[in-house]
Design a protein around this ligand. Structure first.
Ligand code: HEC
Ligand code: HEC
Length: 481
């Protein structure tokens, strides 16, 4: 159910909200900080032993490759700590951008977001936030899972992921059987009781989900142990280049939103937010808002060719190469009994009245650079179309520009490409909508600094990338008390 408060004149607020976004970032961060038990300053050792046992069980289940059908794929097969809790195969990231599933030949339509810090995402379903002028919260790129415990069921049953299906439904009995006769049975019984694995399969599944989510909520997964965290705690100094990047990202000389203005503002903290007051932390580097930032299609997405309804009746792609990922519009409208995007014959005739089609959740910037080796390629954005942080920052910097100097594409127009003199520097957005492709600061397209036209030099782009690298966990061990 979507709460009533989204029923107001959304479009007005979507437009007006961005203007207010920066000044109100602190209030929003306060409202949405779920502040789980352990943040920056508290160590693992404070966890009660019963919870620690469940976390331990969750950890082995997260790595259990028996839990897919056919066996061979665990949660960690797609969410690997070495790759910042995303897909661990550099070649697949580079070539496809999206992960392959347990069944050979199948792949997901979307790229792998990180699991770390997902515990801090406000629970779904996504609700409208007037301060931010955006929907907020929920797990997945489109918010379709409520919280971490709910989330676990989706990859287990997704035909293009772990594929545990019987008669078109999640095969709880088979999953429960695998744990009962598998190598984690004793650990499971130690947490849930000696006869717990004889309980009805649905209950066993709930307990599996509980423990996996306990693990995901633990400080092991979200340790706040990056160089940036050490800097915040006064235990490390950022290099000049990193500090310049932090100032560009926050628009502030002291690296906190709302501080004394930096000479340039790259706008990142409007969506990848941190609170303006350090005491309102932890710094999550996202406010989990939804936005259409104009990400192009990923032409190499194997999902376009996944059109065989016979071999994959529940996971195939009926639209073929015409597939467009509507993001939040694919979840929120159907949750109200309307078709995806509120488009077509079954729609209520009001079109994209929530202005959500093509919007995706802003992920945390933490661990965006985490990778097992320097030459390892990561796939960024909901469809994995961008392959390096330099590309990402260059995209934000130049998306609205063409080969003619000074020409700016105004995506808030119905046909932004009409009468252009130059060639656009980037391919068309996957969903080029005048309603959702807002300039977050409310600036007109002619303004100097807007998302897509940030006016950054090559050197400044590099400074932002250098800063993003300080968000990789493992720089120090937090509070070894
Ligand atoms: C085949 C690869 C694959 C496997 C296996 C997999 N995931 Fe994922 N995971 C994804 C993709 C892709 C998404 C994004 C999907 C979407 O948004 O629709 C995702 C999203 C998530 C998210 C949401 C993060 C966010 O920012 O909202 C969490 C949490 C998560 N997975 C946990 C798990 C757990 C727990 C398991 C094991 C039970 C698992 N995943 C197995 C690929 C995988
Ligand atoms: C208007 C809100 C907004 C602003 C401003 C913004 N982002 Fe994003 N960011 C998003 C959204 C939404 C996504 C996911 C978009 C998608 O996949 O379609 C994203 C994705 C990303 C990703 C990819 C993350 C991943 O896990 O794949 C990176 C990196 C990133 N942004 C960095 C930045 C930087 C650096 C800046 C400033 C130069 C910035 N963003 C400004 C909303 C924003």
């Amino acid at each position: 159910m979507v709460p009533l408060r989204v029923e107001f004149g959304l479009k007005y607020f979507v437009a007006a909200g961005w203007i207010a976004a920066l000044s109100l970032a602190a209030i929003s961060a306060l409202l949405h900080s779920t502040t789980p038990a352990r943040a920056q300053e508290i160590g693992q050792d404070d966890v009660p032993s019963s919870e620690r046992a469940s976390i331990g069980l969750g950890r082995v289940l997260f790595f259990d490759t028996e839990l897919s059908n056919p066996p061979g794929q665990s949660c960690a097969s797609c969410h690997s700590v070495g790759a910042g809790w995303t897909f661990p195969d550099s070649k697949t990231n580079e070539r496809l951008g999206v992960p392959t599933g347990a069944v050979p030949g199948r792949a997901e339509s979307r790229a792998v977001p990180p699991v770390a810090y997902a515990a801090y995402i406000p629970s779904g379903p996504p609700t409208y936030d007037f301060f931010m002028g955006s929907f907020v919260g929920g797990l997945f790129w489109d918010g379709h899972a409520t919280d971490l415990t709910d989330q676990v069921h989706f990859p287990l049953e997704n035909p293009n992921e772990m594929n545990n299906l019987a008669h078109g439904e999640l095969d709880a009995a088979n999953i429960a059987r695998k744990v009962r006769y598998g190598h984690n049975a004793e650990k499971f019984k130690a947490v849930y009781g000696p006869t717990s694995l004889e309980d009805p399969p649905q209950q066993v599944l709930s307990e599996i989900a509980k423990s996996i989510s306990d693990y995901e909520k633990s400080a092991e997964v979200s340790p706040f142990s990056s160089k940036y965290d050490a800097y915040v705690l006064g235990k490390a100094t950022l290099s000049d280049q990193e500090m310049a990047g932090l100032r560009l990202v926050t628009g502030s000389l002291n690296g906190r939103p709302g501080g004394p203005a930096n000479y340039k503002f790259a706008q990142c903290v409007l969506c990848h937010a941190i609170p303006s007051d350090i005491r309102q932390g932890p710094d999550l580097w996202t406010n989990s808002c939804y936005a259409n930032i104009g990400v192009p299609r990923n032409p190499n997405n194997p999902f376009y060719a996944e059109t065989d309804s016979k071999t994959n009746p529940l996971g195939y792609n009926p639209a073929g190469a015409d597939f467009v990922d509507l993001g939040l519009g694919d979840f929120l409208y159907p949750s109200l009994g309307l078709p995806s995007g509120n488009i077509g014959a079954e729609s209520n005739g009001q079109g994209d009245y929530y202005a959500i089609n093509g919007t995706f959740k802003a992920t945390t910037l933490r661990n965006v650079d985490a990778r097992p080796s320097d030459d390892f390629v990561k796939a960024y954005m909901h469809n994995g179309c961008l392959k390096s942080l330099k590309d990402v920052v260059h995209f934000y910097n130049t998306r609205n520009l063409t080969t003619v100097k000074g020409e700016i594409i105004d995506f808030t127009q119905d046909d932004p490409y009409a009468h252009l003199q130059g060639k656009p520097l980037w391919p068309e957005p996957e969903y080029p909508s005048p309603d959702t492709l807002q300039n977050p600061d409310g600036q007109p397209a002619s303004a100097q600094a807007q998302v897509g036209n940030l006016g950054l030099t090559d050197e400044e782009e590099d400074e932002i990338v250098a800063f993003l690298k300080t968000l990789t966990d493992g720089f120090f061990r937090p509070n070894p008390n």
